[in-house]
Design a protein around this ligand. Structure first.
Ligand code: AMP
Ligand code: ZN
Length: 114
């Protein structure tokens, strides 16, 4: 999608600190990290949010999620703990309307989220 920030990052039209890439998935550092480790994991294919993801894309979603776990292991935070967040629609705080998981770790987090 032409006007989408994360589509532009996936197309390398906007720079990002890339952590992991396949032909379907990209993981990159969040530009304004909320934890010592804060990585965004996206499918390169554009879906505005989880609400727009067709059910038949479940395997792609699982791949994105497994990538988040693999990055957590690579960063050495799998055992200390991490949080994976999928903000969906305005009440969640979603600001970028290209589906993405946040991987957050490296510090103790509180619950419930704000
Ligand atoms: P959300 O609120 O779930 O939509 O999260 C969007 C995230 O994208 C925020 O954590 C932002 O800091 C992050 N972000 C915005 N612009 C960029 C960018 N150019 N590169 C990396 N992360 C970004
Ligand atoms: Zn997009």
């Amino acid at each position: 999608m032409e006007s989408c920030l994360f589509c532009k990052i996936a197309a390398k039209q906007i720079p990002a600190r890339i952590v992991h890439e396949t032909d379907r998935i990209l993981a990159f550092e969040d530009i304004a990290p909320k934890a010592p480790h804060h990585i965004l994991i996206i499918p390169k294919e554009h879906f505005a949010s989880f609400n727009e993801l067709p059910a038949e894309k479940g395997a792609l979603l699982a791949e994105v999620l497994m990538t988040a776990r693999a990055v957590a292991r690579e960063r050495g935070i799998a055992e200390s703990g991490y949080r994976i967040v999928l903000n969906t629609a305005p009440d969640s705080g979603q600001e970028v309307f290209h589906i993405h998981f946040h991987l957050l770790g490296g510090r103790r987090m509180s619950w419930p989220p704000g």
